[in-house]
Write a protein that binds this ligand. Sequence first.
Ligand code: PMP
Length: 399
Amino acid sequence: TSPWSFFEMAPLDPIIGLNEQFQKDDYPSKVIVGVGAYRDEKGKPFVLPSVRKAEKILAEGGLDMEYAGIAGEPRFVDLALEFAYGEDSAALKEGRIQGVQALSGTGGLRVFGEMMKKHGSTTLYLPNPSWGNHKNIFTNSGLEVKNYRYYDADNSSLDFEGMVHDIKSMPAGSIVLLHACAHNPTGMDPTLEQWKELSSVIKEQDLVTFFDCAYQGFASGDASKDAAAIRMFVEDGHLISMVQSFSKNFGLYGQRVGALSVVGRDAEEAKKVVSQMKTVIRPMYSNPPRHGARLVTTILEDPQLTAEFREECKGMADRINTMRGALKDSLESAGSTRDWSHITDQIGMFAYSGLSNEQVLEMRAKHHVYCTGDGRISMAGVTSDNVDYIANAIHDVAK
Ligand code: PMP
């Protein structure tokens, strides 16, 4: 008998699985606005010109292919931390912020989850809703995953009061995960005043604050501005941990570039935490791949390439924002009388449309427009060529 005979077919991943379904659809005007991956105005994958330049520099550099250390490329980690916490960060200068390279955001989240479980944490709170993979990552790390209120679906707005209330009720020692900017899937972030209030509310509690920073640069187009919440928390004295992804802002999705960091009371404390991250990494994947980290390092080490990168990142954010306006206009032109202002109010890569799961499935079956089951539309996949088609499909099922 086969040792595999009792294996059942696992269900498709709710986000990545959409691609497989889409590939099988042979309808000519089919559109996918599922996975959060940037597309250019022709709907094609986009490699940043600054990344292309960095590739060339690396190719000519005659680099070796030796293993990186368990914590990855030290130079990359330094630059990644400066990118998020700010070159002027006092905590960074004091050596109180230390980190490791991670297998992009997902890998960093998992290392964090495993490390916290090993050190006695039991519960992690996610915003409701949150990125679909969060729950599985932390459940698989052995943590209990709970939610705090975040989004008010009836009013397409942030449920700030509910959020504060739920944070105040979290038991001491719980981990609270905050999206640093461009909340996925809702595109709704707290304002700076609200972040300030969150900072003081969390300060009064005995919580572990964990930032997931997957879209730095995609919210406002300015990577430094998008780090405002993180920098505020560190300045306010929070001893946070943070995971960074370079998938979206540098367009390095498949290269798996990220960092996981911690702010300690002093350098020694931060180093101890990093040493524990390494004990999780070593038996899991030993050490991370080097190429993507070298690309980011090459860019961030060079002021000219960094300036080009910042412009290109802004270009992506701007195109998405233009498409938000275009989608809202097209919905109105299609005859929709619903209020779609949340599409332009939201920021980042997604529009949280408000379509129900039934409407999403109807739109898929009838119009071959694929978004995730929660009605999340990846604005990065919307172009001047398909925006009217998408708007008509949304209007038809939302009538
Ligand atoms: N966190 C959030 C909030 C995300 O949206 C994503 C990507 N969709 C990730 C983390 C992880 O992405 P990656 O592993 O590609 O860095």
